[in-house]
Write a protein that binds this ligand. Structure first.
Ligand SMILES: CC(=O)SCCNC(=O)CCNC(=O)[C@H](O)C(C)(C)COP(=O)(O)OP(=O)(O)OC[C@H]1O[C@@H](n2cnc3c(N)ncnc32)[C@H](O)[C@@H]1OP(=O)(O)O
Ligand SMILES: CC(C)C(=O)C(=O)O
Ligand SMILES: [Mn+2]
Length: 520
C-alpha cells in the first residue's frame, strides 16, 4: 500500500451518528451507561464528531447528550434538532458542556417532504432555516445544517438555500441521501455541482450522510467525497434507520486501503474498530453478520485450501489489509471440507503435533470425512482425531464396521466387523440398549475377562452434529485401562473407546509374556 502526502484539504472528517441515527432503528435503544461507554470509545478512537443524540426527544436523551458532552476529550459533541426554536435551544443547552459542542439542525428540502410532511413552501423552509441557523449561532460557534432528503431536492433551490444558511453562519452543510436513493456517479455529480454553484461554498465544510436502502451507503459516501465533501456521517456496524447508515469501519478502511489511488485520509485509530463493533453490538443486541466487511467474524477467515495455502505463503494474496490494522491478532485458517494439506499441517504444528507422512495422510482423510458430516471443525475435534490416529497405529484390534439397530421395539442388535491382528471377524449380538449390544458384540469377537468399570459420554464441541467423546475403563487382573475415542456417532465412539482399552490390555499381556519368557 503506497502512502500519499497528507494535506489538510484531503482530510475526511469522520462524524459518527451511532448514538443518534443508529439508535433510531427499531430495537437499538441504548441505556445511559451504554451510551457513555460507546461515546468514550469513539472519542478514544479519534472520531472527529460524535452525534450523541437528539436532546428534545426526551429527558433521558438530553441527559445522555449533556453527560457525553461533559466527559468529552477530543471529539466535537453534536446534538440534533429540528428547525424549531425549542429544539435548537434544548440542543445548545446540552452540547454547551463539551469542550467543543455543535448544534446540528435539519429540515427537509425535497418538494415531496416540504409539501406533504412540513406543509411549507420552499420560501418558508428557506426563511426558517436561516432563522434557525442564526438562532443556533447566537448560542454556539459550530452549527451544522442538513437538507433532509437532499438527493431528491431540486438543485436550483438547494443552491439558494445552502448559500443562505452559510451566510447565516452554518459551518457545515450536510446533503443527506435520506432514503438511500442515489447511486455513486449521480451523487458525485450532485455534490460537485452544488459546491461549484454555491458562491460561498468555501466558507463551510460539505458533508454526506447516506442510507443503505439499496446497499450503496458506503459506495455513495465515497462518491460524495470524490464530489467534494470532506465530512462523512456514518455509524458503527452501519446501524441506523431502516437498512442502516454507511458503516464507519468500512468508510475508514476504504479510505485507508485505497490511498494508493485516492489522496483522502482520516485520523481514526483503526486498531479499535473491532472492539467498537463488539461494544455496539453488545449495547444494541444487534448481531454482526458473519460476512460483514471489516468486522464480521469471517472478514479475515479462510476455509478454502487454495486460499489458505496462498495466505500461508503470503497473506496479501487474499487479504487487502492486515487483521492487525483493525485490531485483530491474526487472520484465522478454519479447517473444513474445503481445506487442503498445507493448512492442515499448519494447524497441527500450531497445536504441537508432528505426524509422519502416513499418519498425516490418514488423519487428513479422516478430517475430510469428519468435515463432510460436521459443520464446524474445532481444535478439540482435531485433537481427538489425531490422538486417536496415533493410538490406532499400534492397535492389534481395529474396528472395520458397525451397524446398530436401535429404537423403541428392542432388543437392540449390533453387527460388527473387526480386524483382529490382520484377520477379519464378523459377529452380531443383542443387548439391553444399543451400547450394551455393541459391547456384547466385542466380547463375542474377542472373548476376554476384563470388566467394564466406567462408561462416560460428552460432546467435544457444541451442536447436534458435535463429536461425541466416549471414555471407557476396563479392569483386568487388578489393573485398570482407560481409553477415549471421538466420533460424531456416539455408538462408533463407544466401540472405539472400548476397543482402545481392550488393545491396551492385549498389549500389556503381550509385554508381560515377553518379559516372563525372557526371565525364564
Ligand atoms: C431523517 C431523520 O433521521 S430526522 C430525525 C428523526 N428522529 C426522530 O424523529 C427521533 C426523535 N423524535 C421525537 O422524539 C419526536 O418526533 C419529536 C420530539 C421530535 C417531535 O414529537 P411531536 O412533537 O410529538 O411530533 P411528531 O414527531 O409526531 O411529528 C413531527 C412534527 O415535526 C415536524 N417536523 C418534522 N421535521 C421537522 C424539521 N426538520 N423541522 C421542523 N419541524 C419538523 C412535522 O411536520 C410534525 O409537525 P406537525 O406536528 O406540525 O405536523
Ligand atoms: C438528520 C438527517 C441528517 C438524517 O438523519 C437523514 O437525513 O437521514
Ligand atoms: Mn439519517
Amino acid at each position: 500500500m503506497a502512502t500519499v502526502n497528507k494535506s489538510d484539504k484531503d482530510r475526511v472528517i469522520i462524524f459518527d451518528t451511532t448514538l443518534r441515527d443508529g439508535e433510531q432503528c427499531p430495537g437499538a435503544t441504548m441505556t445511559f451507561e451504554e451510551k457513555l461507554e460507546v461515546a468514550e470509545l469513539l472519542d478514544d478512537m479519534g472520531v472527529d464528531v460524535i452525534e450523541a443524540g437528539f436532546p428534545i426527544t426526551s429527558q433521558g436523551d438530553f441527559e445522555a447528550v449533556s453527560e457525553i458532552a461533559r466527559r468529552s476529550k477530543n471529539s466535537i459533541i453534536a446534538g440534533l434538532s429540528r428547525a424549531h426554536p425549542a429544539d435548537i435551544d434544548r440542543c445548545a443547552e446540552a452540547v454547551k458542556f463539551a469542550k467543543r459542542g455543535r448544534v446540528h439542525t435539519v429540515i427537509a428540502t425535497s418538494p415531496l417532504h416540504m409539501r406533504v410532511k412540513l406543509n411549507k413552501t420552499p420560501e418558508e423552509v428557506l426563511d426558517t432555516s436561516v432563522a434557525m441557523v442564526a438562532r443556533a449561532r447566537n448560542q454556539i460557534d459550530d452549527v451544522e445544517w442538513s437538507a433532509e432528503d437532499g438527493t431528491r431536492s431540486e438543485m436550483d433551490f438547494l443552491c439558494r438555500i445552502v448559500e443562505a444558511v452559510i451566510k447565516a453562519g452554518a459551518t457545515t452543510v450536510n446533503i443527506p441521501d435520506t432514503v438511500g436513493y442515489t447511486v455513486p456517479e449521480e451523487y458525485t455529480h450532485f455534490m460537485k455541482t452544488l459546491i461549484e454553484r454555491v458562491p460561498n461554498s468555501d466558507k463551510a465544510v460539505f458533508s454526506v450522510h447516506c442510507h443503505n436502502d439499496l446497499g450503496m451507503a458506503v459506495a455513495n459516501s465515497l462518491a460524495g467525497i470524490v464530489g467534494g465533501a470532506r465530512q462523512v456521517e456514518c455509524t458503527i456496524n452501519g446501524i441506523g434507520e431502516r437498512a442502516g447508515n454507511a458503516a464507519l469501519e468500512e468508510i475508514v478502511m476504504a479510505i485507508n486501503v485505497r490511498n494508493d489511488k485516492f489522496p483522502y485520509w482520516n485520523k481514526i485509530d483503526t486498531t479499535q474498530l473491532t472492539r467498537a463493533s463488539k461494544v455496539v453490538s453488545a449495547a444494541t443486541s444487534f448481531p454482526v453478520q458473519y460476512n460483514k466487511a471489516i468486522v464480521g467474524r469471517n472478514a479475515f477467515a479462510h476455509e478454502s485450501g487454495i486460499h489458505q495455502d496462498g495466505v500461508l505463503k503470503d497473506a496479501s494474496t487474499y487479504e487487502i489489509m492486515r487483521p492487525e490494522m483493525v485490531g485483530l491478532k491474526q487472520s484465522s485458517l478454519v479447517l473444513g471440507k474445503h481445506s487442503g494439506r498445507h493448512a492442515f499441517v499448519h494447524k497441527l504444528e500450531e497445536m504441537g503435533y508432528k505426524l509422519g507422512p502416513n499418519q498425516l495422510e490418514d488423519a487428513f482423510t479422516r478430517m475430510k470425512a469428519l468435515a463432510d458430516r460436521k459443520k464446524d471443525i474445532y481444535d478439540e475435534d482435531i485433537e481427538a482425531l489425531v490422538d486417536e490416529e496415533m493410538a490406532a497405529s499400534h492397535d492389534r484390534i481395529k474396528l472395520t464396521s458397525l451397524t446398530v439397530i436401535a429404537g423403541t421395539h428392542g432388543p437392540q442388535r449390533a453387527t460388527m466387523k473387526l480386524d483382529v491382528e490382520g484377520q477379519i471377524k464378523i459377529e452380531e449380538a443383542e443387548g439391553n440398549g444399543p451400547v450394551d449390544a455393541v459391547f456384547n458384540c466385542i466380547k463375542r469377537l474377542v472373548p476376554h475377562e476384563a470388566k467394564l468399570e466406567l462408561y462416560q459420554v460428552h460432546a467435544v464441541t457444541e451442536g447436534t452434529d458435535a463429536q461425541a467423546e466416549v471414555s471407557v475403563r476396563l479392569s483386568h487382573e487388578g489393573r485398570a485401562m482407560t481409553a477415549r475415542a471421538a466420533d460424531p456417532d456416539t455408538l462408533v465412539a463407544s466401540a472405539k473407546a472400548y476397543l482402545g482399552a481392550l488393545n491396551k490390555i492385549v498389549m500389556k499381556r503381550q509385554r508381560d509374556t515377553v518379559t516372563t519368557a525372557a526371565a525364564s
